[in-house]
Design a binder for this molecule. Sequence first.
Ligand code: GAL
Length: 376
Amino acid sequence: MKSRFTAFCCAALAACSLLACNRLSEIQPGAIWPDTEGRHINAHGGGVLRYGDAWWWFGEHKADSTNKALVGVTCYRSKDLINWKYEGVALAVSEDPDSPITRECVIERPKVIYNEKTGKFVMWFHLEHKGHGYKKAHAAVAVADNVTGPYSFVRCGRVNAGKWPCDWSEADIEAVQAINMNLPIKAKTPEWIEESAKGRFLRRDFEGGQMARDQTVFVDDDGKAYHIFSSEENMTLHIAELSDDYLTHTGRYVRVAPGDNNEAPAIFKKDGTYWMITSGCTGWKPNKARMFSAPHIFGPWTKHDNPCVGPDADLTFQGQSTYILPVPGSEENEFIFMADIWRPKHPIDGRYIWLPITWKDGKPVVQWQDRWKPKT
Ligand code: GAL
């Protein structure tokens, strides 16, 4: 009996030390980030939701050698923002070849928000249909009763069809209607940039709906939610109001930084000011982050310098922004900047850069650190 008890104690001790071994004490930006089972976290281009007594990280499941969605959107849970337990697939790709989210479509930058009024979890993501490259530029939405899902696909499509920006005057509308749409312009030339800033692609897509690629969602203090996305051939960002149930666009939106070619929007609000960090548009290759601020979500938005500081700061430390996570109650790292290091040839090996936002002269700074510990 005694020896059995000793054997049991030894086994329990061994299990505990194994678990303790698996426990991480810090975040190491850019390193392999093992989940509680020891597997590198697979939740790219993601976002984090605070719900109940935990944090929920949703992101793109990436495969070994393709960026196409073979699995869907994954979910992880944590209480300390360092140790993450895999909770499974929140939104699964469909086996139905006719479904817009059929296996081998492209699902990118999923973000989940909780709707207090309906009690539903709402996931927005960028969807490209199987076999269409990046041409569809659809916004897609899925909904669930439980945070971990399963999320049911609701709808996808272009957005805000038949609506001009809500801050436009009659004169703005007349000006965009005066653009000579027959004038051929070569993609990516200075003329293309100028014409896109004027609203050429906005006008082109007016009837069918505006393009929506890199995206995030943001819930303001008053419970109103906004969808922020790269539109107009990735040349101009749109900030669009969502309906009270967060499932559709209301038709009210503004254009931000017309013709400035911003992608990867990540947004937060501090003391009444909205801050947005974005990237330039170089596909999977990293580039220099950009930053904007505004006194109201609908602007006017002012551009600032790159907030990144440290090695490779001009390449966003080799990453691309995806989300800015508010950590209420924490003093030193009230906001965490989240970015992805993409590995297009081996997507599953993509890495995560999480860094605390600090402040200098009233502006956010993202200072590189090899390792750090969030105060939750
Ligand atoms: C990036 C974008 C990613 C993905 C990639 C495809 O610029 O941020 O989410 O769409 O392009 O090339």
